[in-house]
Design a protein around this ligand. Structure first.
Ligand SMILES: NC(=O)c1ccc[n+]([C@@H]2O[C@H](COP(=O)([O-])OP(=O)(O)OC[C@H]3O[C@@H](n4cnc5c(N)ncnc54)[C@H](O)[C@@H]3O)[C@@H](O)[C@H]2O)c1
Length: 423
């Protein structure tokens, strides 16, 4: 079956990944964006992107149209799926959104259609899980009547350098013709080039190890941090020295959250277990990183001499983004509270209603107070980096502890009355 020429491209899932992609593609194709969240499509149609990835100006100028009705997918030539791939409470891949997207797309797949997945999955998911759903709902044969593709996403929320237009795009198609089509389509939106992976499973595997590799490297640094603390050494001091070596890898200690680095290793671990391999290193890394919040809470509480009033600065999963999902700082806050501390939380980027809805955390509106026994820099938002030594000191009572988890205040000088604690 010859492939359809890409007249109408539909992007399914308009979050951090799908929206910038849809807007970029809309400069070259007729693009429809579908999201099951009606509130999301309404806000996009009004020119507002709550993730902050696409500016109001670009949204307003874009020819992309939005819908929450799967019926509107009809007559699409290419479908690109960018829905979430989280894990459940047992850390098992939750493929519900991916299956749901396939169920929306399936009835609209026709001869010559191409369905491309951008969601991060384990090797085999596109062909073994998504393909059969699409076949069942279209009544067509995958690889003969319609075709699959995979193109992992590498964008980095809040990072204006590594955007869709500036990063190499890996693509893989079910046939060489599909790979060529994807090279052509994605080649229109990236200046950095398109890399054609050998096949779909190779592209899926490449994505999942990119993030698992980061997780394991950070876990190593976190474990070394714990060892060095027992020796009375600061990891940041150690890193400054070690980083002078040409091939030392510059990973930082800290909390690992978000829906990529802390999640994707479980996808690979799941696939490994399915084929009878015990993924020791992957899961050890996850355990170490997941345990960092509790470890830091214990260290701070011990340094305080017992539970106290603590101000935590930062709740989002990383700096300068509003995304609260899988917050590492929340794990730290829970652990501090479990040890009896009275914890007050501020976040310069998060939506207070969302913080309340997801975690039950009431964010204070301003960085204020003068009687905290400890101020914790949990997320390196620029606003926190820019706080002066005087402003930080004013928040604390005499003898207070400044817990600088991200190492953002190391260069500042403080009155000897303020005790410094870092990783
Ligand atoms: N955010 C990142 O930095 C990043 C980077 C690389 C890869 N990824 C991967 O890309 C995928 C998407 O991530 P994201 O951060 O954009 O997620 P997101 O949660 O920001 O957005 C996903 C969107 O999909 C919508 N959705 C869910 N189920 C749907 C369905 N059945 N039909 C239509 N829409 C549906 C949601 O309403 C949401 O708006 C994930 O697999 C993620 O692992 C994310």
């Amino acid at each position: 079956m010859p492939l359809n020429s890409p007249q109408k491209v539909s992007v399914i899932g308009l979050g951090y990944v799908g929206l910038p992609l849809a807007v970029a593609l809309a400069e070259h194709f007729n693009v429809l964006g579908l999201d099951i969240d009606h509130g999301r499509t309404e806000e996009l149609a009004e020119g507002h992107d709550r993730t902050g990835e696409v500016t109001p100006d670009s949204l307003k100028k874009s020819r992309c149209t939005y819908t929450s009705e799967a019926a509107d997918l009809a007559n699409s030539d290419i479908f690109i799926v960018a829905v979430p791939t989280p894990v459940d409470d047992e850390k098992v891949p939750d493929l519900g959104p991916l299956r749901g997207a396939c169920e929306s797309v399936g009835p609209h797949v026709t001869g010559g259609s191409v369905v491309v997945f951008e969601s991060t999955v384990f090797p085999g998911a596109t062909e073994d899980i998504c393909g059969p759903i699409l076949e069942r709902l279209s009544g067509l044969v995958c690889g003969k009547d319609f075709f699959l593709g995979y193109s992992p996403e590498r964008m980095n929320p809040g990072d204006t350098e590594h955007t869709v237009a500036n990063i190499v795009k890996v693509v893989a198609g079910q046939t060489p013709e599909v790979s060529d089509l994807l090279e052509n389509v994605y080649g229109r939106i990236t200046k950095a080039g398109v890399f054609m992976a050998r096949d779909i499973q190779t592209a899926e595997a490449a994505k999942v190890i990119e993030n698992a590799q980061r997780d394991i490297n950070i876990a190593f640094i976190n474990e070394a941090t714990q060892i060095f603390h027992k020796l009375g050494l600061s990891m940041y001091d150690v890193l400054e020295a070690a980083n002078t070596k040409w091939n030392f890898l510059n990973f930082q200690p800290g909390l690992v959250g978000g829906h990529c680095i802390g999640v994707d290793p479980y996808y690979l671990a799941y696939r490994a277990a399915q084929i009878g391999h015990d993924p020791d290193v992957l899961l050890a890394g996850r355990r170490t990183n997941d345990g960092m919040g509790a470890w830091i809470a214990q260290q701070i509480t011990t340094a305080l001499g017992g539970p106290a009033r603590v101000l935590v600065l930062g709740l989002t999963f990383k700096e300068n983004v509003p995304d609260l999902r899988n917050s590492g700082a929340y794990g730290l806050i829970k652990a501090l509270e479990k040890l009896g501390n009275d914890v007050v939380v501020h976040d310069a980027c998060a939506d207070p209603a969302e913080a309340k809805a997801i975690y039950g955390v009431e964010l204070i509106p301003d960085i204020s107070g003068s009687d905290f026994a400890c101020v914790v820099g949990a997320v390196a938002h620029d606003v926190y980096k820019d706080l002066s030594a005087d402003a930080l000191t004013a928040l604390m009572k005499s003898g207070g502890i400044l817990a600088d988890i991200k190492g953002i205040w190391r260069a500042k000088s403080f009155d000897p009355n303020i005790r410094r604690w870092d990783l």
